[in-house]
Design a protein around this ligand. Structure first.
Ligand SMILES: [Zn+2]
Length: 50
C-alpha cells in the first residue's frame, strides 16, 4: 500500500498521488479536496502551528 499523508485541515488520510498539495515553509501538505487546500492557504498557521 502506498504511503498515506494526513490532510491537516480535516485529518483525513489522503493518497499523495491523487490529492491536491500545497507548500508551506518548505514542507508539502496534501489535501482531500480543493476546499481543504483553500482553507489551509488562508490560515496555514492555524493548521500547522507557528
Ligand atoms: Zn480534507
Amino acid at each position: 500500500m502506498a504511503e498515506m499523508a494526513t490532510d491537516p485541515v480535516c485529518k483525513m488520510q489522503v493518497d499523495p498521488q491523487k490529492s491536491v498539495s500545497s507548500s508551506y515553509k518548505g514542507q508539502t501538505y496534501y489535501f482531500c479536496c480543493d476546499a481543504c487546500k483553500t482553507s489551509f492557504e488562508k490560515e496555514p498557521q492555524k493548521y500547522v502551528g507557528a
